[in-house]
Every structure is written in structure tokens, then in C-alpha cells.
Design a protein around this ligand. Structure first.
Ligand SMILES: [Mg+2]
Length: 104
């Protein structure tokens, strides 16, 4: 069983129907993997995230902390990250400023 973390902005949001189908297949009986959504948004900025993702998978709001550290704090050891900006998975402290963060 793999734990697969999917980013929201410009990843899940880039093609929600694709990722809904992916999650449904990945977590279904044939494969039995676990999918979670991990975003650097804060919970306050999460209404559209919750609306899009619904109860498809758990959502981790990492906020200013690194996605990896907050996924771990929520109890997930992520095996695979699906993210349009993977260079940010281990970077925290800068806060979410949309899809326009400075280069690490
Ligand atoms: Mg992104």
C-alpha cells in the first residue's frame, strides 16, 4: 500500500476530474493505496479546496510549514508526491502566497 500525496493548486485544480478518477482507482479494491491532498494553503483559505475535494481523500493544510512535516504530523508517511512544484515539499516558513512563490 502506497501513500500518495497530491498537491492542490495547479495540480489537483489543473484537472479535478482526472485526479478524482485517479484517486478512485488508486484507492479502490484493486490497488488499495491511500491518497491524501496536501496543500500549503491554510485552513482559512481552504473553502474551494474542500469544495473540490469533498470526502474523496483527507486534506492536510500545511500553511507556512513544509508539506512533508505537516503530512507526517497528521500521521502520513508519504511514498509518492504528485506536485507541480516539488521543490517546495520540504520548504516551510514562507507562507502561502498563491502560485507565485519565490524560487527556493
Ligand atoms: Mg501547486
Amino acid at each position: 500500500m502506497l501513500t500518495i500525496a497530491i498537491d492542490f493548486d495547479d495540480t489537483f485544480s489543473a484537472d479535478p476530474d482526472l485526479w478524482r478518477e485517479f484517486v478512485s482507482i488508486a484507492t479502490g479494491r484493486r490497488f488499495g493505496h491511500k491518497c491524501i491532498l496536501v496543500t500549503n494553503r491554510t485552513e482559512d483559505m481552504g473553502n474551494d479546496v474542500r469544495a473540490e475535494v469533498g470526502d474523496l481523500m483527507p486534506i492536510v493544510f500545511a500553511g507556512v510549514f513544509s508539506k512533508r512535516s505537516m503530512a507526517a504530523r497528521a500521521g502520513y508517511a508519504v511514498d509518492i508526491w504528485i506536485d507541480d512544484t516539488p521543490e517546495w515539499i520540504d520548504v516551510g516558513g514562507l507562507g502561502y502566497i498563491g502560485g507565485d512563490r519565490p524560487s527556493p
